[in-house]
Every structure is written in structure tokens, then in C-alpha cells.
Design a protein around this ligand. Structure first.
Ligand code: PEP
Ligand code: MN
Length: 337
């Protein structure tokens, strides 16, 4: 349920509503907007008993949220949420471009890739330390040593860093070394992990599951938010379809749907969708044109020799070229880079 305040409602009116909710054992999510302030009721509204909030001063109306997700819904925060990571903001005018290798492989490799993506103009650095590989015999990542190297490369370049965790027990180390956590496609519905990340408060990229609907994805975001962490950025990375020419099928249509239904920022991962480096730019441009708030792209200083996902990683030159073009197209969509 959300409470819509009147256009001329004062701060006192809003504070009174929040206080009354609190007196009844309920929380409030206040979203000031240019038109009207929205107060989301957190908890079971049955606790209000016979109290009719609509009769309170400054209240225009009370409206139920029809989705199973509440905090993640657009209704709860019509202006859209912003997620800040060390001064960089997801969901604002500026497009966020995260670049970096699939995996941290060794110090030389992550350093060279980091310097390259920084020089190209990336806003953040990525690099996997815990790799969720399809086969148990594939490279599983450098784990905590990888996190330390990623941090080192981030500090050397001034880039904030993001890395995936695949289990709760990795959260403590991740909190020490990264600025943002990634929950990968394979763990989108790992609800225990989502809850722990929710409790941590650390900004998180939540990728869409390989075979999950948008509704399931937003419910997964709700798991994180319901634990108090509103710093969630969604990431469309392609879904499994009958098509095999690309690794996954980028669901570009998910971007406007998410923008309509949810207040959360959304970025595109064209790399895991394409599976092949030569298709990555086209998907990246499509994502931006559809309204995405940014990109997360796999980039390797020596892409052909990469230990994982070699075929889809961009060279530093290709990444720089991609960013140049994104800079040119951004103003058409009211954005900058
Ligand atoms: C990744 O970004 O390294 C990754 C494994 O992506 P996804 O979870 O989308 O497959
Ligand atoms: Mn990868």
C-alpha cells in the first residue's frame, strides 16, 4: 500500500503520517517527488486496524500495490531510485560503463586491463574472483586472492570495483575488497544469498536469471530490498531461447518493461548475451537506445588468451571504440557518459 500525499502537503504532514505508521508497528518508505510525495507502508497494513489514513491532514489517497514486489515497484518510488557507488550514480543522467575481464587471472593481466578500460573512459572496473562455471573442471577463479588483485587494480586506476559472489561465506571478504557485489544469473533465485546481501547494505548488481521472467527478477530484487538494502541495480544479460547463433538472447524489451514497473536502475550486459565479441557493440547500442542506465562489458587486454569467455571479451581497442560511439549516441537519448 502506498500513501499519496496532497500536492500542497507540508513536511509536518508527512512526518505525522510516518509517526502514525510507526505507532502501529509499521515502517515507511518516503519518496519525495516533484509532483507529490509518496509514502510506502512497510509491513502488514492490517496492523492499522480501523484507522483510515486517508482522513489524515495532507493525505490525498491510499493505493494498494498490485505487484508481489513492493519496494522494487515504480509505485513506491515514482521518481526512480538512484544507486551510488563511491561517487558514481546509477539511475541518473550519466550512463555507467563498467569494463573489465571475465575473471581476474593474475596481477599483470588485471592491471593491464584496468589501465586500458580507465583510459577508454570506463566508470567502474569488473573482474570475477569466484567464477560460477558450468563445468566443475573449468577455471573456478582466484577467489580471495583475485578480490585483492581487483582492489589493487581499482586503487591504481581510481576505478570502483565490482565482483561476483556465489555464496554467503564469500560476503565478508567481498565487503573488504569490493565497492559493489554482483549476483550472477545462476544465483538470481538463491534466496538465502539475496537476503544476506540485503543485510549487508553493499550496492549490488542483480543479473536476470537465464530462464526467469521479469516478475521473478523483480521479486528477487525485493528479497534484497526487504532486508533494508535499496542499492540494487538490475542487469539484463540475455535469456535462453531456441536461438543458438548468440550465446543468449538479449531481451531488449525488458528495459522499458522494467522502467515502467520498477524504480530500480537497469544496465545491460551485452557480452554474456552475445557470446561473441563482434556482436557486443550492436547489443550495447540497442540497450542504451532502449533506455538502459549503463553497460557492463567484458574487456581483456589480451582477449584471445583469456582463461574464461575468450570469444566474447572485447580488446582494449574495441572497447575504446565502443565507448566513443556510446558517447556520440548518448545525447540523443538525453544521457551523457
Ligand atoms: C559474469 O558476469 O561473469 C557472469 C558469469 O555472468 P552471468 O551471471 O550473467 O552468466
Ligand atoms: Mn564471463
Amino acid at each position: 500500500m502506498i500513501i499519496l500525499m496532497k500536492k500542497n502537503a507540508t513536511q509536518e504532514h508527512v512526518d505525522r503520517v510516518v509517526a502514525v505508521l510507526k505507532e502501529h508497528g509499521l515502517g515507511a518508505n518516503v519518496s519525495p517527488g516533484t509532483q507529490t510525495t509518496v509514502v510506502g507502508i512497510l509491513g502488514d497494513k492490517a496492523k492499522l486496524g480501523g484507522l483510515d489514513i486517508r482522513l489524515m491532514d495532507g493525505v490525498e489517497d491510499c493505493v494498494p500495490i498490485m505487484h508481489s514486489y513492493k519496494l522494487a515497484s515504480r509505485d513506491m518510488c515514482p521518481e526512480g531510485r538512484k544507486v551510488e557507488v563511491g561517487g558514481e550514480v546509477f539511475g541518473g543522467k550519466k550512463l555507467m560503463v563498467i569494463g573489465g575481464p571475465c575473471a581476474v587471472e593474475n596481477e599483470e593481466s588485471i592491471m593491464k586491463s584496468a589501465l586500458g578500460v580507465k583510459a577508454a573512459g570506463a566508470t567502474m572496473l569488473r573482474g570475477g574472483a569466484y567464477k560460477p562455471r558450468t563445468s566443475p573442471y573449468s577455471f573456478q577463479g582466484m577467489e580471495v586472492e583475485g578480490l585483492k588483485l581487483l582492489r589493487k587494480a581499482g586503487d591504481a586506476t581510481g576505478l570502483k570495483v565490482v565482483s561476483e559472489i556465489v555464496a554467503q561465506d564469500q560476503l565478508e571478504d567481498a565487503a573488504k575488497y569490493v565497492d559493489m557485489i554482483q549476483i550472477g544469473a545462476r544465483n538470481m533465485q538463491n534466496f538465502r544469498l539475496l537476503k544476506e546481501v540485503g543485510k549487508s547494505g553493499i550496492p549490488v548488481i542483480l543479473k536476470r536469471g537465464i530462464a526467469n521472467t521479469i516478475e521473478e527478477w523483480l521479486d528477487a530484487a525485493e528479497y534484497i530490498m526487504s532486508e533494508g538494502n535499496y542499492n540494487v541495480v538490475l542487469c539484463e544479460r540475455g535469456i535462453r531461447t531456441f536461438e543458438t547463433a548468440t550465446r543468449n538472447t538479449l531481451d531488449v524489451g525488458a528495459v522499458p518493461v522494467v522502467k515502467e514497473r520498477s524504480s530500480l536502475p537497469i544496465i545491460i550486459d551485452p557480452s554474456h548475451a552475445a557470446g561473441k565479441a563482434q556482436y557486443v557493440p550492436a547489443l550495447a547500442f540497442a540497450g542504451i537506445a532502449a533506455g538502459a542506465d549503463g553497460l557492463i562489458v567484458e574487456v581483456h587486454y589480451n582477449a584471445k588468451a583469456a582463461i574464461s569467455d575468450a570469444a566474447q571479451q572485447l580488446s582494449l581497442e574495441a572497447f575504446a571504440d565502443l565507448l566513443q560511439k556510446v558517447k556520440q549516441m548518448a545525447p540523443v537519448f538525453g544521457r551523457d557518459v
